[in-house]
Ligand binder design. Sequence first.
Ligand code: SF4
Length: 337
Amino acid sequence: MKGNIVIIGGGIAGMEAAKSLISLGYSPIVVESSTKLGGHVASWYKLFPDMSSAKNLVSRLESEIKGATVLCGTKVISLNRLADGYSLKLSNGSVVNASALLIATGFTLFDAKKKEEYGYGVYDRVITNSDLEAWFSEKKDARVPDEPESVGFVHCVGSRDLKACNAQCSKVCCATAIKQAIEIKERFPYAKVYCFYMDLRLFGKKYEDFYINAQRDYGVQFIRGRVSEVGETLDGRLQIKAEDTLSGKPLKVQLDLLVLMSGIVRNQSIGELSAMAGLETDSDGFLRSIDNEYAVIESNRPGIFYAGACTGPKTVPETVAEARSAALAIHSYLETL
Ligand code: SF4
């Protein structure tokens, strides 16, 4: 069994780790619960800050993991500790033994319906960040008007919000809002575009340039304040109430489309896996690394490693770096057996 590696999750983290392990001479098994590889990135249109194609990234990784066994539409039903590794029972009826496991189960987007004040699922013209990405790709969503005159983005939906049981920042949604605001302006240059934010958290390389460009080159307006209420006018537009906390004045704005930046919450499978394998979780529900400074990819169980958003919100570059690092850590671990 030495050398058998199972990767649970076939998103960017799982695929990048599989690619690295193949280059080290292994033939990992990738177990993905959905019917296709790529996770959330597969349904995204472009990635910030370079506006590169998300689908191209997924396609390239798919072509680079031909040496792996990929089991899509397959879940882990049970996971038991052996003397020299783990035994996994899968939903396809098979049992796989592995010396090492990589958990790369990613994240779930916050269910925007839980923030009732924004009217998602009530008003047709309220959509989420992920709905808008699908529209960018497919151009099929009757909720997106043909010629919007004004579009708003609400940051921090389900993040930094104790009422939503998620006090943490989701890290990627400020940059995603700016990316999507620019993409809206590119399609509808005449539209007024507003971003309603609490703070702007733009920590990555080129992110600040991205923000400056959105204002200078595209005329996106940033309003510091929370949207408190969304309603519908008689002619089917949206009317939102907010407070501009910089000027201290209340605002009423009419919009043709409101986009909610749903935050990152833990994937439901984390609860199941942590119970099966005795993995520790943090107060935010994500998996707990043994050390948040220098051992983020290591779990409290021997031979089980982490990569990507199973331990908390991550950008794509962070996810890729962790996946490569986890592959090397697994290689080193197997050398010790
Ligand atoms: S990245 Fe921005 S939008 Fe997302 S939770 Fe953090 S502050 Fe809010």
